[in-house]
Design a protein around this ligand. Structure first.
Ligand code: DBV
Length: 257
């Protein structure tokens, strides 16, 4: 059988998926960068299974869009569409450690209990001012503009703090019209503002020394190891696609540094 998406840069199109416009915005924003496919095994490019109960089966599709560019080691979007059961866009840009850049991290999650929305430019080393200050100076005004329009998402685990910037936009919204309206008028423009700033920072970034690169790489590894270990999607993905597939997906695609 010919796979539906032989390449990681082939479009992901999931009809009715909540986050399709966000993914389309992101892919369009990346297009000027001479994007190249990123190697992703076929079973992770697009995977379909049946979940739910025997009397109410639900089709679930998980698709991965990914690329690399001159300055990005890996850009990847994990796209989950299980209808009313779950809808997720988890989008991460992993810069090459040769450039002094944070990660772009977006976690847009719709569950039967509501929407969970996280956006940040996440530091590789939060204690390194040379790494954080130029980013935070430009991120904070954008953060301030959008966060006053959204309810606070509540506490996040203490152990996760080192991996977030002070510009971490984090909210929970109810399902229904009110939530949908905020997603369209606040979360989507915020997502695009964070991404625009990130791409500006990347465009300006110059290669660093080998010693500096090694420090940045060590920070990137701490971040990636944490994300792989604590991935909040592990339970959901295991229910949908099984444990072997999920562990391989987490370690060889989502957090593969
Ligand atoms: N999160 C991922 C990946 C996902 C994913 C790869 C492929 O890192 C989805 C999917 N996140 C996902 C799901 C949930 C969350 C929750 C399904 C709900 C889990 C559940 O309730 O069962 C932000 N995401 C969360 C939470 C936080 C984040 C703080 C709540 C954690 C919890 O309740 O335990 N994820 C976290 C984060 C980034 C991120 C800050 C980067 C901006 O990607």
């Amino acid at each position: 059988m010919t796979p539906e998406r032989p390449s990681s840069t082939d479009p992901v199109v999931l009809p009715g998926w909540t986050w399709q416009p966000f993914l389309d915005d992101a892919v369009n924003a990346l297009h000027p960068l001479n994007i190249q496919p990123y190697p992703v095994a076929e079973e992770f490019l697009q995977k379909q299974d049946i979940t739910g109960s025997r009397s109410k089966p639900v089709t679930v599709t998980t698709a991965t869009w990914a690329c690399r560019t001159e300055k990005f080691r890996q850009v990847r979007a994990a796209c989950v569409d299980a209808g009313a059961a779950a809808s997720v866009l988890n989008f991460v840009i992993n810069p090459l450690s040769r450039f002094d850049l944070p990660f772009f991290g977006g976690d847009l999650v719709t569950l039967p209990s509501g929407h969970l929305l996280a956006l940040d430019l996440q530091p590789a080393d939060k204690s390194d001012e040379q790494h954080t200050r130029p980013v935070w100076n430009r991120l904070m005004p954008i953060f301030e503009r959008w966060r006053e329009k959204l309810p606070d998402g509540g506490p996040i685990p203490e152990e996760a703090q080192p991996f977030f910037s002070p510009g971490f936009l984090w909210t929970r919204l109810p399902l229904g019209e009110e939530g949908d309206h905020l997603i369209e008028t606040v979360v989507r423009p915020a997502f695009n503002d964070y991404l625009r700033l990130y791409l500006e920072l990347a465009a300006e970034a110059e290669p660093v020394s080998d010693a500096r690169r090694d420090d940045l790489l060590a920070g990137q590894r701490r971040y990636t190891d944490y994300r792989a270990e604590k991935d909040p999607a592990r339970g959901m993905l295991t229910r949908f696609h099984g444990s072997d597939w999920t562990e391989n997906y987490i370690h060889t695609v989502l957090f593969d540094l």
